[in-house]
Design a binder for this molecule. Structure first.
Ligand code: ADP
Ligand code: MG
Length: 323
């Protein structure tokens, strides 16, 4: 009798301890690429892998930040107006990919908007509404077709004066893809990355014991909330259940903006007008296996609005517009 009681007590303590079991991810948040970046990775080696992924993001930021005069993209902007500039194969391929998306989206995505975004300075401390003639003049220097490529030497030259490249609409997607690869190469099977609206999902979310017993599985798919453009940060309009590895990327007018005389000006520019895009949507979300393309596509889908659905769906798995 005494023995049974003893066994029962041990059994309940065991169950209690198991009940406390909760898979804890290695989690890290940093402000990089002008946004808040969080990586949560589970399993053995997750801490090390997360550190390596962050180093990769830092490396990419160092290459692609147009506002850092020592970055590779700034070197292109400084030299390509005067003739062919030989860049790294990595940056060359990324620029080619960006131009490919421009071609596929009838120029709605265009990395040569730098002369226009420099006028607006949206996201800076002193954004301003440019004069109409300033925009008109700057538009002469915009156009992805004016980037001249030399594949053999991976060199780039600008055909028109005043040109400049800004990879702000694709760089975070590229970084999220590279960081995802680093985690996978380091054996991570379950993780979620958030690079300011660029979400990447690896595998599924490990569950605590109580939830695992309830659901009959130790894992469940990651649920990714899609921001309500009119709500406070963290309030969701949709929840996307990621059944497999994918990127979920949102571009929205709520991200960076300012108001002047009652008008809201945001950071996604329509290359045809030089003004913030007015396509009737407040955000566009892309779900895809290709994080780099997905980032560019979310910007293009925002610029083009709902009418672009068929075109965009030709280049990704799913698109969600929020009006
Ligand atoms: P976020 O940076 O908020 O994730 P996006 O991915 O849509 O949003 O990228 C917006 C950034 O891309 C802008 O801050 C600007 O640097 C650049 N950009 C703005 N409009 C365009 C456009 N039509 N095509 C390409 N890049 C753009
Ligand atoms: Mg984008």
């Amino acid at each position: 009798m005494k023995r049974t009681k003893y066994i029962l007590i041990v059994f309940f303590i065991f169950i209690f301890i198991l009940g406390l079991y909760k898979p804890v991810p290695a989690e890290k948040t940093e402000y990089l690429m002008d946004t808040i970046i969080t990586i949560s990775a589970y399993g053995t080696g997750a801490k090390k892998a997360t550190e390596l992924a962050f180093s990769e993001i830092e490396r990419i930021d160092g290459l692609l930040n147009a506002f850092d005069e020592n970055s590779e993209i700034s070197k292109i902007n400084q030299n390509a107006p005067y003739g062919f500039y030989k860049t790294t194969p990595e940056v060359y391929e990324l620029i080619k990919k960006a131009v490919y998306i421009s071609e596929k989206t009838s120029g709605a995505f265009d990395i040569t908007l730098l002369p226009i975004s420099s006028l607006w300075q949206i996201g800076s401390e002193s954004p301003k509404v440019p004069e109409a003639n300033e925009i008109k003049n700057a538009l002469f220097s915009v156009g992805y077709k004016n980037i001249i490529f030399d594949d053999e030497s991976h060199s780039i030259k600008f055909a028109v004066s005043g040109m400049g490249i800004d990879l702000g609409g694709i760089a975070k997607g590229y970084a999220s893809e590279k960081a995802t690869n680093i985690l996978k190469e380091n054996g991570i099977k379950n993780a979620i990355l958030d690079l300011g609206g660029n979400i990447s999902v690896i595998g599924r979310q490990p569950l605590d014991l109580v939830s695992a017993v309830k659901s009959g599985s130790f894992y469940r798919p990651f649920n990714v909330g899609i921001q309500d453009p009119d709500g406070v940060r963290g309030s969701y309009k949709h929840v996307y259940t990621a059944e497999s590895d994918c990127f979920i990327i949102t571009s929205g007018s709520y991200e960076r903006n300012f108001s002047k005389d009652g008008i809201l000006y945001h950071h996604i520019i329509d290359p045809k007008t030089g003004y913030p895009a007015l396509s009737g949507v407040k955000s566009a979300t892309i779900i895809t296996d290709d994080g780099t393309t997905g980032d560019a596509l979310s910007t293009a889908a925002f610029v083009l609005g709902e009418d672009s659905k068929e075109l965009i769906l030709g280049l990704c798995n799913k698109v969600i517009y929020i009006k």
